[in-house]
Design a protein around this ligand. Structure first.
Ligand code: TTP
Ligand code: MG
Length: 353
């Protein structure tokens, strides 16, 4: 049976939360930023301000810009409210970011008048609960739903009912609309005179594969035709315990001693949390965010769950030794994953009533 997949994405998420909480910001260009813009509201976007831009550059483009610091915990709370709402109706959901997710609504939609009315009700429910607007896309797979949710952004919705409808809409759109076609790939394609999605329809899979390699050929062939067999995967949130610090003055990538000291301090807090929660861990992970917002994490998993501090510290050092810092650092974090309750033990058959 054909599926119905919904993709939702909150509008200017961090910025909308901040505006909701401070009415005097309404209608003013605003960014949520440290040294770098995480998001710009739609008023600021009119000036060309966008995420990943330095705050300095953003202020140059828009001198009367309102700047609000990042409060990740606050946004995570909103995200949690939305997740709880969705989980009340279905577990067929894949949360892909704090403000974004796919829901398989194949069965649910049957109880509603139409896809349009379901999408509208969904947006209204989110607004009522959080005071935030979101955009929704519905398609017969994830690929279509994701592209659809962007079409009438902000506070809008769009629906593709079939591959034909998708192709009809996309054929004259820029190839950048396809997920996976970034700036560099776009340049390559344009050199080959492939400018709009419709240009891809002239090629067979074999031809695209020969030109651009198997994985990119496949991406182009399938996504230009709206084909996607990926399931909505419900992933339980990985349980982890940890701590992280953000630096408004990024740490110099060459100051090893300072960086190490910071990591060990963060470890102390994470470790205290681990002990307090009565968990053992099998994985330590270090997270690093650079000035340009690129975030990496490096983890090491060991065989036996443990909470032995010396052992964990030795693993932490091993990970640190293997990292080469690629830029000045804006955030550091240490977390423990693969957790097991310390008191957990196997029940014997006689204990199972
Ligand atoms: P997005 O959904 O990409 O952007 P958005 O919700 O701000 O705007 P849109 O209306 O276009 O959906 O990202 C969601 C949040 O993730 C965003 O509010 C801030 C955060 N974020 C960063 O911290 N850094 C980034 O580089 C990006 C792109 C987003
Ligand atoms: Mg968003």
């Amino acid at each position: 049976m054909e599926k119905t997949i919904l993709h939702y994405d909150l509008d200017a998420f961090y910025a909308s939360v901040e505006t909701r909480d401070n009415k005097k910001f309404i209608g003013r260009p605003l960014v949520v930023a440290g040294g770098v813009v995480t998001t710009a509201n739609y008023e600021a976007r009119k000036y060309g301000v966008h995420s990943a831009m330095s705050l300095f550059e953003a202020k140059k483009l828009c001198p009367n810009l309102v700047v609000v610091p990042v409060d990740k915990r606050k946004y995570a709370r909103e995200s949690h409210i939305i997740h709880s709402l969705v989980l009340k109706i279905t577990h067929k959901i894949e949360f892909v970011a704090l403000d974004e997710g796919y829901i398989d609504v194949t069965d649910i939609i049957l109880k509603y008048k139409s896809k349009e009315s379901f999408a509208k009700i969904f947006r209204e429910r989110i607004f009522k609960l959080t005071g935030l607007t979101c955009s929704i896309g519905i398609g017969i797979n994830k690929l279509m739903a994701k592209i659809a949710s962007d079409i009438n952004k902000p506070n809008g919705q769009f629906i593709f009912n079939s591959e034909e409808e998708f192709i009809e809409y996309m054929k004259d759109k820029n190839i950048r609309k396809l997920q996976g076609v970034g700036e560099k790939f776009e340049k390559i394609l344009k050199k080959d005179n492939i400018n709009v999605v419709g240009d891809l329809l002239k090629f067979t899979f074999k031809e695209l594969e020969a030109k651009y390699g198997t994985s990119r050929g496949k991406l182009l062939y399938l996504s230009s035709r709206g084909i996607d067999y990926g399931e909505v995967k419900f992933k339980r949130k990985a349980h982890s315990i940890g701590n992280e610090s953000t630096y408004s003055f990024p740490l110099d990538k060459n100051s090893d001693a300072e960086i190490n000291k910071k990591i060990f301090d963060i470890f102390e807090t994470s470790y205290a949390r681990l002990i307090k929660s009565n968990y053992l861990t099998k994985t330590i992970s270090i997270k690093i965010r650079y000035e340009n917002m690129k975030t990496i994490s490096k983890a090491k998993t060991f065989i036996m769950p443990t909470d032995n501090k010396d052992y964990l510290l030795s693993i932490l050092e091993e990970i640190l030794d293997s990292i080469e810092f690629k830029g000045n650092i804006r955030l550091l974090g240490v977390s423990f994953k693969n957790l097991a309750k310390k008191s957990a033990r196997q029940l014997s058959f006689t204990e199972i009533k």
